[in-house]
Design a protein around this ligand. Sequence first.
Ligand code: AMP
Length: 177
Amino acid sequence: MTVDIASLIRAIPDYPKPGIMFRDVTTLMGDAAGLRETIHQMAEPYHNIGIEAVAGIEARGFILGGAIADRLGTGFVPIRKKGKLPYKAIGQDYELEYGTDIIEMHEDAVHPGEKVLLIDDLIATGGTAAAAVKLLRRLEAEIIGAAFVVDLPFLQGAAKLRADGIACHTLVEFEGE
Ligand code: AMP
């Protein structure tokens, strides 16, 4: 039986605030067949093309990224919220709806020319992923692609990332509500 990934993602209206339809992937990750199929489909385009590291964005990108790194036979690089990494880190701010936030990477987490795959659970406006791309580029990584379970195309994040030269792989799309 095939797994319907979209139907395993729970929609929570008005979370974290009115007007937002939150796409909750914990229900997908909690389903054994759903998790396996998600990891399989996310990793699929990247076998045997020389990916050397998988970088995942805190926190759901860690769960998916760790499993994808294992599938691809690479190491895993965490991209974290500010102040969480113990060693010397570089930071990048990005826009939120109100104000800005900062994500960080260890300065030695990737080496120049390293072929990296970027992972998160969902791309909305693309601000978080664009900040991760900036960090990876500052460390001179070669970003081979970015993969997400969910794309919200009406927010244009994946389109912006593609316009910035990053090939995006997404599994399911939801329209706005
Ligand atoms: P953005 O920077 O706008 O692309 O937002 C992407 C990040 O925010 C991802 O790490 C998502 O987990 C989270 N996010 C944004 N919008 C949603 C949503 N509607 N449902 C679930 N997560 C979201």
